[in-house]
Design a protein. Structure first.
Length: 222
């Protein structure tokens, strides 16, 4: 018997249930298939433009900064300007996401590096699958398009999100991910990022960059 089986066996005995109980199995299967929604706060249930504005306010409230561009092709110049304004090197690390990899970077002097970060990259660039207006949270899916290491290793993380992908609540984002990927084909990791990394463990003093990027800048497209 494995350690896992031993632990689960003790839990079942304490609950006086049998792991093979068909009734309990049916309840679990129905819950997984149905994906019931939790109580949805009213705060994010807004028209599109108001929802985007709420997302930006909430992100800034947790120390992220937010910029807006009208079209995807405007991103390279906007990112290059952001790097200059913050005295950052004109080099960024990104994955293979076509929504950013295929942009006209040749219009800038920014050097593009591809693939996961090994911790030596000062700036990472990702494309978020979605945003959550009620909390200012970014939803980032793992994979070659947007390696998870970019979320945690560079000191500055730039994230692009489409205005149309900003939902009012997290439950709506999960609905979209399930619809896009389907059962059994979900991303290995879904990272929810709300502001730059922070900790107040030491003397209750807030420290940015404790467990990841100390700077998070979000570009909303459209």
């Amino acid at each position: 018997m494995s350690a896992r089986d031993a632990v689960l066996g003790r839990i079942r005995r304490s609950l006086h249930v049998d792991g093979g109980d068909p009734g309990r199995r049916a309840i679990v299967i129905a819950r997984l298939d149905g994906a019931p929604r939790s109580v949805i706060p009213a705060r994010g249930q807004l028209p599109r433009d108001e929802r985007i504005a709420l997302f930006a306010r909430m992100a800034e409230k947790v120390s992220a900064t937010v910029g807006h561009v009208a079209e995807p092709d405007d991103l390279p110049m906007a990112i290059a300007q952001f790097l200059r304004d913050h005295n950052l090197p004109a080099t960024i690390r990104m994955g293979d996401d076509r929504r950013i990899a295929g942009l006209p970077w040749e219009r800038t002097q920014v050097e593009i590096r591809r693939g996961p970060s090994d911790g030596s990259d000062p700036v990472g660039l990702s494309h978020a699958a979605a945003g959550v207006a009620e909390t200012g949270t970014l939803v980032l899916l793992s994979g070659g398009d947007n390696p998870t290491t970019l979320n945690f290793l560079p000191e500055t993380h730039i994230v692009v999100v489409r205005g149309d992908d900003i939902a009012g609540d997290l439950e709506s984002v999960w609905d979209t991910i399930r619809e896009d990927y389907g059962k059994g084909r979900m991303p290995r990791t879904v990272n929810l990022v709300t502001g730059p990394s922070r900790s107040a463990d030491i003397e209750q003093k807030l420290l940015l960059g404790a467990h990841g990027p100390r700077r998070l800048h979000i570009f909303i497209v459209g």
